[in-house]
Design a protein around this ligand. Structure first.
Ligand code: ATP
Length: 262
């Protein structure tokens, strides 16, 4: 098992505050992590370091065996799949779904010829089918529903066959049906034997896909708990992380939480 992420005492300082504070964390290629924490806890900042978009202010971050600061981040980023709402906003609304997914491979290969075209198009169609988007491939990205757009973002990230997949709130703003469909797809993707290391940020335990077996709880930039989900995701830990007493239930790989405040 190779490590995909290693954070040694990583802090990110902005405006004089440590928005990520002394984080020690290792994630391996066979692990699927969920990162939970309240608004402003530092989850997106953690993913920004993991995706080589920013460097730690203090400490050392190693991503796919490359130490940030000693590596060409443009090369490194091509090995990382990243899906987030911020990234989706940069996708052209008038582009077809097929092209949105297909163009992901150009940023990796950086070239274009007939041979790549055929190989890439076949792969893009296969990825679209896997993410239940094949019937939408000629539709404009901007005309899709939120749920469909989320799946397209992830399909685009999958297209490059990344060694590390980072998902920032993939189920946010989805309706119940779209959320459940996405979680099922994510669960299947995570279970595939060639799946990369995966880190998914969410606010809600209900959005943890079955099969994600590691959890990291973050509050005010600090890790509250990290490790196997059965040990980390307890009512007590979650309550401390979100700052209120909680009841946590777990059935068939799914979690639900509710406040105990009357
Ligand atoms: N460039 C910056 N300068 C100052 N403060 C920042 C900067 N970027 C982020 N922050 C602050 O750092 C904290 C952590 O932000 P971050 O976006 O990582 O949190 P988050 O856990 O992803 O939050 P949310 O769940 O609301 O998306 C927040 O309080 C945010 O306001």
């Amino acid at each position: 098992m190779a490590s995909v992420l290693q954070f040694d005492d990583v802090s990110v300082v902005r405006g004089g505050n440590r928005i990520l504070d002394s984080v020690d964390w290792t994630a391996d290629s066979a692990e699927r992590w969920v990162v939970l924490g309240p608004n402003g806890a530092g989850k997106t900042t953690l993913l920004q370091v993991a995706s080589a978009m920013i460097h730690p202010s203090l400490g050392m971050a190693t991503v796919l065996d490359e130490t940030l600061g000693d590596v060409d981040v443009f090369d490194l980023r091509t090995r990382i799949g990243f899906a987030s709402t911020a990234l989706a906003r940069r996708l052209p609304a008038n582009e077809t779904v097929l092209n949105v997914v297909l163009t992901a491979s150009y940023s990796v290969t950086g070239r274009w010829n007939e041979e790549y075209d055929a190989v890439d198009t076949r792969r893009a169609r296969r990825v679209l089918a896997e993410w239940k988007l094949d019937h939408l491939q000629e539709r404009r990205f901007g005309q899709l529903s939120d749920g469909e757009q989320k799946r397209v973002q992830i399909a685009r990230a999958v297209m490059t066959d990344p060694e590390l997949m980072l998902l920032d709130e993939p189920a946010a703003s989805l309706d119940l049906g779209a959320r459940e469909e996405l979680l099922q797809l994510l669960s299947g993707y995570a279970a595939a034997k060639n799946a990369p290391g995966i880190v998914m940020v969410t606010h809600h335990v209900e959005e943890i896909p079955p099969g994600f077996e590691h959890a990291l709880l973050l509050r005010e930039g600090r890790i509250m708990a990290a490790g196997p989900i059965a040990e980390v995701l307890t009512a007590e830990n979650l309550g401390e992380t979100f700052g209120l007493p909680l009841e946590l239930e777990h059935h068939d790989g799914r979690y639900t939480a509710r406040s105990l405040v009357k």
